[in-house]
Design a protein around this ligand. Structure first.
Ligand SMILES: *Cc1c(COP(=O)(O)O)cnc(C)c1O
Length: 396
């Protein structure tokens, strides 16, 4: 099928939630490179939105999936399943959390986290459905996670929202002190706000919120759907901030493209759920967990070191580019392989992304005119040089 035929078919039958999509159809990939249906090669700095951490041609990953498909894909949660238990164990080992629940997406992982915090408050005899979230956060597209998303543009048509979310400014210490009381079930935040433009929170703020939550005995939920699985150079980004949440969520890179999300909790939080409180038909099925197990094993010390090194190299080149073109790039943010370049007002991030696509580079955009780079961890320095050269051509 040609691009034009596919676009026509899509425009007839698919719901119009994505607007006009980007003008390319991918056929296959190798390492951190993608090939479209005409054979044109692209270097990929989007990774399916921070999903394909291991790239497109990890032989062991493909073999693991083939094996599991050959045995059984799905059994449902009436039965124990080995990949599920083993993945739960490995995630706990790597993160220091005590228990895990698997769903199929980031939003579902957060939905579980919020329900767990609500149930914890309920068990404490607290009659509250209040939470604190941050302005410019993003936590998903289900009604509850949308309610937790501190961006009005997502709410308008869907109000009234679920539960009661108090939105405070990121890094506003006084607002946090006023809002974190026993009147709330918990706080939900991303330590690096991804969708709104790659904004790391201030360490002191995150530590203060963690402290307040602990003193008030309310749940700190850290959404690591995007930052987790080594994206920032540590297995969880919260390690960099010197805090430990009560509940943490993972999803994007966990299955390297096979849909899976995880809600991790410490023993205190996890004990709030009892039989019948939560569930999922597909969540944690043998195929998704076999994928997750392979990825989680693969993200070891060496891989984290690689993400840190490549991220440092990449960020310094972006900073050089900003120095050369201060009228075009005004800020470079992020950590590890989760980086953003803020464009000046005269630039349009979407146009830059389209220009790069023509030149064989795939990137994402985020928030307020930000170029967003979340490449596969298997990319090379040469791939980074290639992107910087392509940006140089566009800016010169
Ligand atoms: C992508 C994302 C989500 C939503 O994940 P889905 O799999 O699309 O439901 C939630 N939180 C954060 C921080 C994300 O980046």
């Amino acid at each position: 099928m040609t691009y034009d035929e596919l676009r026509e078919l899509d425009s007839q039958y698919y719901m119009e939630v994505f607007g006009e999509r980007l003008p390319v159809v991918f056929d296959h990939g190798k390492d951190a490179h993608l090939f479209d249906i005409d054979g044109k090669e692209y270097v990929d700095f989007l990774a399916g939105i921070a999903v394909n951490a291991l790239g497109y041609s990890d032989g062991g990953f493909q073999e693991t999936l083939r094996n599991q498909i050959g045995r059984v894909i799905h059994t449902c949660n009436y039965f124990y399943n080995e990949p599920q238990a083993k993945l739960a164990q490995l995630l706990c080992k790597k993160t220091g959390f005590d228990r895990v629940f698997f769903g199929n997406s980031g939003a579902e992982a957060n939905e579980c986290a919020l329900k767990l915090a609500k149930k914890y408050a309920f068990r404490k005899g607290r009659d509250t459905a209040k939470f604190v979230c941050l302005k410019n956060s993003f936590h998903g597209r289900t009604l509850l996670t949308l309610s937790a998303t501190g961006q009005e543009k997502f709410h308008t048509a869907f109000a009234p929202m679920a539960y009661d979310f108090i939105t405070i400014e990121a890094n506003d210490m006084d607002a946090a002190k006023a809002a974190v009381t026993q009147e709330i079930c918990g706080v939900i935040l991303e330590v690096v706000q991804g969708e709104s433009g790659v904004f790391p929170l201030e360490k002191e703020f995150v530590q203060l919120v963690a402290d307040l939550c602990s003193k008030q005995d309310v749940m700190l939920i850290i959404d690591e759907v995007q930052t987790g699985m080594g994206r920032t150079g540590t297995f969880l980004a919260q390690e960099k901030f010197g805090v430990k949440a009560d509940i943490t969520t993972l999803a994007k890179a966990l299955g390297n493209g096979v849909p899976i999300g995880a809600c991790l909790a410490n023993a205190k939080a996890a004990s709030a759920f009892t039989g019948g409180d939560h569930g999922s038909t597909f969540g944690g099925n043998p195929l998704a967990c076999a994928a997750g197990l392979y990825v989680t094993e693969k993200i070891d010390g060496a891989m984290l070191g690689r993400v840190g090194d490549l991220g440092g190299y990449f960020k310094s080149l972006l900073q050089d580019l900003m120095e050369k073109h201060p009228d075009r790039i005004t800020d470079v943010r992020g950590m590890g392989l989760m980086l953003g370049a803020q464009l000046s007002e005269k630039e349009d991030a979407h146009d830059v992304a389209l220009g790069l696509l023509k030149n064989g580079v795939v990137i994402g955009t985020a928030g307020c005119n930000t170029l967003r780079f979340v490449p596969p961890f298997v990319l090379t320095k040469g791939d980074i040089d290639h992107l910087i050269d392509a940006l140089e051509v566009i800016f010169s």
